[in-house]
Design a protein around this ligand. Structure first.
Ligand SMILES: *[C@@H]1O[C@H](CO)[C@@H](O)[C@H](O)[C@H]1NC(C)=O
Ligand SMILES: *[C@@H]1O[C@H](CO)[C@@H](O)[C@H](O)[C@H]1NC(C)=O
Ligand SMILES: *[C@@H]1O[C@H](CO)[C@@H](O)[C@H](O)[C@H]1NC(C)=O
Length: 355
């Protein structure tokens, strides 16, 4: 299990999309989270304008965007903790959370949960019009698994205030074990590059699109003059200023509209990103997205790390570490997620209350 074939990369990414569901099976009221410790800046950190009431716009800050929903809240909480814990300047990190506008009551609960567990966190919650996007998502046999919130990453440029010009987007099923400032500092290079992410050029790129896409010259010509490679949209550095200037949200949306009329790809939110950006992104070292740890769906196999160093562990795929730990059937690498779990178990809660 030491190395992975290209097909693994391909399949694991498919699973990421297939199983990013909207279903909120976990009853929120029963999810209680512990308070995280406060993390302090080291002395070498730049001071963001903390004397100022409004530091949403600080250019010295590292801006992080994540979606927030009830189903993946336990994952999000662990991800936030991991970001803070491995940062040299944790007080300079500002989180931008996107939650479904169709569930305003859950935004209130999510807000309260965040404040309770991370009383010092600098964050903002943005309502995302998931209803409008739902109308753009093509109906497919997997429509129940096609969660509108998955598409929020395409709308960050519109959702966040225009003063935020660079963002690190993160999925909820990952933990960092390195300083996010290093990832955020990825050079995007020339002016036409908008996005940075680890690229996987050995994955079978054609498989993401249908034969009717490839057989239509005017469609397949979209990749003319570039060498498109698969990248995972769960970890991205995005220049929001450049994104806004060229309105990439509209370009992504145009592909989604086409997909509604004719089937050009099989999966949800990934292919429009590939259509617009593949072959035009800045590379990021693979250590920043050790993906696929959610495992193999067909046989339920656990996955090992890809060769090389690790800065970010990503449980993309069907299995989530919290679910496997709860079921007492963890994969070996789930032990690396467990230390970031902030869930207050009934047992631990009882012990706390009676101590
Ligand atoms: C902070 O500044 C941004 C951008 O100027 C603005 O959109 C936001 O409303 C401000 N927030 C507060 C609390 O003043
Ligand atoms: C979150 O709670 C804070 C403090 O109670 C409040 O000021 C803010 O408006 C809330 N935000 C949302 C999205 O509910
Ligand atoms: C890549 O995927 C396409 C479409 O699924 C398939 O026809 C082709 O044989 C695959 N190529 C390789 C090298 O696996």
């Amino acid at each position: 299990m030491a190395s992975f074939t290209p097909s693994f990369t391909f399949f694991s990414s498919i699973f990421l999309l297939l199983f990013s569901t909207c279903t909120s099976t976990s009853p929120l009221a029963s999810q209680l989270f512990k308070e995280a410790p406060k993390f302090y800046n080291s002395h070498t950190c730049a001071t963001i304008n903390s004397h100022h009431a409004n530091d949403t716009c600080s250019a010295e800050a590292v801006h992080v965007a994540m979606t927030l929903d009830v189903a993946y809240l336990r994952g999000s909480m662990a991800a936030i903790l991991s970001v803070l814990q491995h940062s040299s300047c944790p007080e300079n990190i500002i989180f931008h959370f996107v939650s479904a506008a169709s569930k305003p009551s859950s935004a209130t609960i999510l807000n309260k949960t965040l404040i309770t567990s991370f009383p010092y966190l600098k964050f903002k919650i943005y309502p995302f019009d998931d209803g409008a996007v739902a109308g753009l998502i093509s109906t497919s046999i997997r429509s129940a698994l096609d969660c509108p919130l998955n598409y929020a990453r395409s709308y960050l440029a519109n959702l966040l205030p225009s003063c935020v010009t660079k963002i690190v987007y993160l999925d909820s099923d990952l933990v960092l074990v390195d300083d996010i400032a290093k990832l955020a500092a990825t050079p995007l290079g020339s002016d036409d590059i908008v996005l940075a992410a680890p690229e996987y050029c050995t994955a079978n790129f054609s498989a993401y699109f249908t034969p009717s896409f490839w057989s239509n010259p005017s469609l397949s010509a979209t990749f003319a003059g570039r060498r498109p490679c698969y990248f995972n949209t769960g970890v991205m550095v995005i220049d929001l200023a450049r994104w806004r200037a060229r309105d990439y949200t509209m370009r992504i949306q145009e592909w989604m509209e086409l997909q509604k009329r004719m089937r050009i790809y099989e999966l949800g939110s990934l292919p429009p990103f590939l259509l617009v950006f593949a072959g035009r992104i800045a590379p990021v070292d693979h250590r920043w997205n050790q993906h696929g740890l959610g495992g193999d769906n067909f046989r339920g196999l656990c996955r090992d790390l890809h060769p090389g160093p690790v800065s970010l562990l990503h449980w993309s795929g069907k299995g989530k570490p919290w679910a496997r730990l709860d079921a007492n059937r963890p994969c070996p690498l789930d032990a690396l997620w467990a230390p970031y779990d902030l869930l207050q178990t009934p047992f631990a809660l009882g012990a706390y209350l009676t101590s």
